[in-house]
Write a protein of this length. Structure first.
Lengths: 421, 222
């Protein structure tokens, strides 16, 4: 890790067998397929590649292990106490211990395997008759089984289907190793022709069994799917019920208590409506930092604070542009003024185009003359016009006896991220 | 409003599955609205509308029955009446998919249920006179769909682009301006505003434009 831009040597999550090649290619900056070809070439040269691969497999930590390590050493500095406590509860430390035992288990297994091999080699050297023709296929079978069964473990933890191809390859490799090993052992005691005949018989038996059992199998599978989806539906229903209880039923109770106050009832109903609407089909696809969400949030705030109706219509969306904060703050100030000084509905229209973001705040009050506002009143002059100008935007106020409209415009010079719709 | 005509009364059918809302609306509607029928499901609605052939149908977007198509299904089944009977869609929801679906099925306008009795009576008169009723929300959807800053589009598609004037009108409606205020702002007559809005409605209903489709698909509407 002398050079900072070089990534840690960890076993990659993109993997065919154990992720060694992927990790190596990320670490050395060499294309993945070259690394793989290199291993294959080295394996062809007397098996060095396979040994090197196995060695790296044992001693290089996997990406998840490294990540857990990272979390453990850095987490305390960046997280608050509460988060830390929940993290402890979630058992991150426990899982870390689990990983340790897991990897030490792996080392013990491989060590003892090597020990057994060397004992066998010693025994043969000292004159015993060791059946190597049985042991090598046995090792192959074991390796195949391990390779295939390790998948099971991983599929249970990450139910992602996206990496099904490498899983299939590893399953196939394991299967070939096991079948090849078994056939090699059998071919020692049974003639090749008998073996072939037996294979046909075995295939016939398997085919027959599959035909008979297939309907049961599919039905079991379908039952399993149905059961799983009904469990998901039940969980969703529980979530809905919990939400409705927390919000709607509580509000209805308050409304019943305050039924003598029409204004309060109306506002409560309105706030609840907005909240429920947001929850049911709100801007779930919009980021929290989006200007649309921020203005909506301010509008909700003013609605609750001053018990007024604020309708926000938004076209397009934008975030991360210069002056966004100033725009939202000025919009809030304008909505606040409208709510304080004017009767009737407040309409807010927000339009995000490529060049600029504009906000229009309109009320139906009596109107006022901007020049008539005394010097010492900072609301309009400072918090709206001044704020917008300092951030590079403009603000205009048009007022007549049928209402006032504040027009805010902020040019979009830099855009970090943008999803135009 | 210029459309108001005290000698004329409007035959109205209410379609909504909530009886409470129907009775509340009946009490709220102006005196020149004559309720000639009510319905609570898709089948009832189709039967009542076909029998009574009212001037205006106040149609809830979400209705039980039928093939679960709600208000849009009623509209599809009454398509041959669209020339004489006008439909005004009502909904508690202002979700884009509800609005766009009923409008494209042939409704002449869309209002949310929180609208006041006077406003809804006015909307009924307007729809009955053949105009379109656009709430600020609907104008916002239109602007979103057709893109206020539409990129260069191909020539054969230019026909159903919104004109600059129509975009201006839509933007003002989205900003909360009434038709009268829009007319004053743009120095045109209310009639001209009405015809612009009707044109936009027609384009929204007939348009197969790439942009609209893509917008709808993006939001999983169509």
């Amino acid at each position: 890790m002398e050079s900072p831009e070089r990534s840690l040597l960890v076993r990659s999550e993109k993997r065919m067998i154990a992720g060694v090649s992927g990790g190596l290619s990320a670490h050395l900056g060499i294309p993945l397929n070259y690394v793989r070809l290199g291993f294959i070439a080295l394996t062809a040269l007397g098996g060095i590649g396979a040994v090197l691969y196995a060695w790296l497999w044992v001693f290089v930590p996997s990406a998840e292990e490294a990540q857990a390590d990272e979390i453990r050493s850095w987490g305390t500095r960046t997280r608050s106490l509460a988060e830390e406590m929940t993290r402890v509860q979630q058992g991150i430390f426990r899982s870390r211990e689990g990983l340790e035992t897991n990897s030490s288990w792996r080392e013990i297994l491989i060590g003892s395997g090597l020990l057994v091999l060397s004992v066998l080699a010693l025994a043969q050297w000292s004159g015993w008759n060791i059946r190597w023709d049985l042991i090598w296929p046995g090792i192959g079978i074991l390796a195949g089984i391990l390779l295939a069964w390790l998948q099971l473990d991983e599929q249970a933890t990450q139910a992602a289907k996206k990496n099904s191809r490498p899983v299939l390859i590893r399953m196939g490799l394991g299967l070939i190793l096991v079948i090849g090993g078994l056939l090699t052992i059998l071919s020692g005691s049974v003639g090749i022709s008998d073996l072939l005949g037996g294979m046909w018989a075995a295939l016939a038996i398997i085919a027959g069994a599959v035909i008979v059992l297939l309907p049961w199998g599919t039905r079991l599978w379908r039952d399993f799917l149905a059961e799983r989806s009904s469990r998901q539906a039940a969980a969703q229903r529980a979530e809905f019920a919990a939400h409705l209880h927390d919000s709607v039923l509580q509000t209805l109770a308050v409304i019943q208590k305050r039924s003598d106050d029409p204004a309060a009832v109306r506002t409560l109903a309105r706030i609840q409506e907005r909240e429920l609407r947001q929850w049911l089909y709100g801007n779930q696809d919009l980021n929290d930092e989006d200007v649309v969400v921020e203005v909506q949030h301010e509008a909700n705030d003013i609605e609750q604070l001053l018990l007024r109706d604020v309708e926000v219509i938004a076209v397009g969306n934008a975030q991360g542009f210069d002056g966004q904060q100033a725009l939202v703050a000025a919009a809030r100030e304008a909505m606040m003024n409208a709510a304080k000084h004017a009767e009737g509905k407040i309409s807010v229209y927000l339009e995000c185009s490529e060049e600029s973001v504009e906000v229009f705040i309109r009320d139906r009050g009596e109107g006022f003359n901007v020049e008539d506002v005394p010097e010492d009143r900072h609301g309009v002059r400072e918090s709206i016009i001044g704020r917008m100008q300092r951030a590079g935007g403009t603000a205009q106020i048009r007022s007549s006896e049928t209402g006032t409209e504040v027009q805010l415009s902020m040019p979009r010079s830099t855009t970090q991220e943008e999803q135009t719709s | 409003m210029s459309i108001e005509n005290s000698t004329q009364s409007y035959r109205v059918v209410l379609v909504d599955d909530h009886a409470i809302f129907r009775s509340g609306l009946k009490a709220d509607l102006a005196s020149d609205m004559q309720i000639v029928g009510e319905a609570g499901t898709v089948e009832e609605a189709i039967a009542v509308i076909t029998e009574k052939q009212p001037d205006v149908v106040l149609l809830d977007v979400h209705l039980p029955g039928g093939r679960a198509g709600g208000g849009a299904e009623v509209l599809k089944n009454c398509a041959d009446l669209l020339g004489t009977t006008k439909f005004l869609a009502l909904s508690v929801s202002d979700a884009a998919q509800d609005v766009v679906t009923v409008i494209r099925a042939g409704a002449r306008g869309y209002v949310t249920k929180s609208i006041s009795g006077a406003d809804i009576s006015d909307a009924v008169r307007r729809v009955a006179a053949g105009d379109a009723v656009f709430s600020p929300r609907l104008a916002g959807f239109v602007l979103d769909a057709f893109g206020s800053s539409t990129a260069v589009s191909e020539i054969d598609e230019e026909l159903d682009l919104l004109s600059d004037r129509e975009l201006q009108v839509m933007r003002l409606i989205a900003r909360g301006y009434s038709y009268k205020e829009v007319a004053k702002e743009l120095f045109i007559s209310v009639k001209t505003v009405e015809s612009h809005v009707s044109n936009v409605l027609r384009k929204l209903q007939l348009s197969n434009r790439h942009e609209l489709t893509r917008w709808a698909v993006d939001r999983k509407i169509l």
